[in-house]
Design a protein around this ligand. Structure first.
Ligand code: ZN
Length: 82
């Protein structure tokens, strides 16, 4: 009886389901992925490379001119919603 309960509990812990394998990968490697992302972000910031691509930044910000435009549009859309 007790054994059965323990087995069930164990199964529940192991079996975490995600909608697809990409999300599953993301959640399993979340810590490492976020660390990597953060470190490349700071490296790029220091080097003066756009954080979204490999072009040079517009002085004073973290984006190239293309992604600056994109970002402006994102912000506009975000402000409209709320
Ligand atoms: Zn860019």
């Amino acid at each position: 009886m007790l054994r059965r309960v323990l087995k069930k509990l164990h199964k529940k812990k192991v079996k975490k389901e995600y909608p697809n394998r990409f999300l599953a990968f993301y959640y399993r490697h979340k810590k490492r992925l976020n660390k990597e992302r953060r470190s490349t972000y700071t490296k790029r910031k220091k080097k003066g490379v756009c954080v979204r691509c490999t072009n040079n930044v517009v002085p004073g910000i973290i984006f190239c001119s293309y992604h600056q435009k994109k970002q402006k549009q994102y912000n506009k859309n975000a402000r409209k919603k709320s």
